[in-house]
Design a protein around this ligand. Sequence first.
Ligand code: GTP
Ligand code: MG
Length: 214
Amino acid sequence: MRIDSVRFACSVFRPEDAPEGSDRDVIFVGRSNVGKSSLINRLVGKSGIARVSSTPGRTQSVNFVRVNEAFHLVDFPGYGYARVPEEIRRSWKHLVDGVLEARRRRIVLAVMVMDARHPPSDLDHAMRAWLVENGLPYVVVATKADKIGAGSRTRTAGSLADELSDGGKGHGPAVLLASGKTGLGMREIWKHLERALERPKAAGRRGESWISGS
Ligand code: GTP
Ligand code: MG
């Protein structure tokens, strides 16, 4: 895809403040610190557009990056960071759930970001189940692949796909290896984004469990 423009659209702290208009969303969800914001920066080729931090739990708002004045890349706050007070965790849940629900019909693709070195957590499984239940296509991006040897990358992607399949029934999701550091995998991810953005919106009906890219 040719990127003509990229701009930070807004940070949303309350579901009702999500941007108006009919833009489509590609959302980036996953555990805290897995590299969601870094991935977005790498995809658009602008290092400062989404805020990156070595402190887990840094992204506390939902951040909308507008591309080509046509669609959003949406950076969600990470889940599963244990050292967060219960009260803050609850307000994150309210925000994340509220934005997901408010944007459900605009989401053309969810990018589930995982650390290539770690198996899926319970929250990853819960997120995947929600996406499937809502008929939303998703792709898994296993990032920080620069931290594992080139020889074991294919195996890593395969075992993540197996672990994320429905108890071994059917195919697991597409798992793409990536690195926000080296740029590995960006072209492949863009291909999935392009395909998703071309798809007619009506394809995602509630309760339907189709999965893209498999
Ligand atoms: P939250 O906003 O807290 O949910 O985190 P996040 O998922 O947005 O992660 P972020 O992009 O802020 O990155 C977290 C840390 O991991 C930072 O120190 C990044 O520099 C590092 N990091 C991110 N992606 C990669 C990668 O592909 N390779 C390596 N080696 N480090 C990475
Ligand atoms: Mg972040």
